[in-house]
Ligand binder design. Structure first.
Ligand SMILES: [Fe+2]
Length: 133
């Protein structure tokens, strides 16, 4: 609990962005919390240093924060997205990086979780791929 409180105090503005996402897209908010808990557990299991576990947890918690910049109608659409909507939604990776770059307190190491979380094994960034491919 001390670590969580310390992390929130160090990253107040970024946590505010996450709370905005909670009101905008509750599914992504709970998904982000779950990913953070699992990432922290994994980091502890492989015996990362506490500082590195914290950076991993920050990145995991905020990996989908770019969804807060997505149109509400697309984010919460019932049914299948069309090609244009899907292309817009994929931009949440780039939008997330932009949002977090505005917060200088976010450790550089935490950005990997944001930038790479939809990356393919080939290293290709999904958000930059051609629609439908
Ligand atoms: Fe995502």
């Amino acid at each position: 609990m001390d670590n969580i409180i310390d992390c929130i105090l160090k990253n107040k503005d970024a946590i505010y962005d996450l709370l905005l996402l909670k009101g905008y897209d509750y599914y992504t908010y709970t998904h982000s919390v779950n990913v953070a808990i699992m990432s922290i557990g994994l980091g502890m299991a492989i015996e990362l240093k506490t500082d590195d576990v914290e950076k991993l947890g920050i990145g995991a918690m905020l990996h989908d924060v770019g969804k807060s910049a997505m149109p509400y109608e697309i984010l919460n659409k019932q049914g299948k997205l069309n090609d244009i909507e899907y292309k817009v939604l994929r931009s949440h990776v780039i939008e997330g990086e932009k949002i977090l770059r505005a917060h200088k307190e976010i450790p550089e190491e935490s950005f990997a979780a944001v930038i790479q979380h939809h990356e393919k094994l080939t290293g290709k960034r999904l958000s930059l791929s051609v629609v439908g491919k």
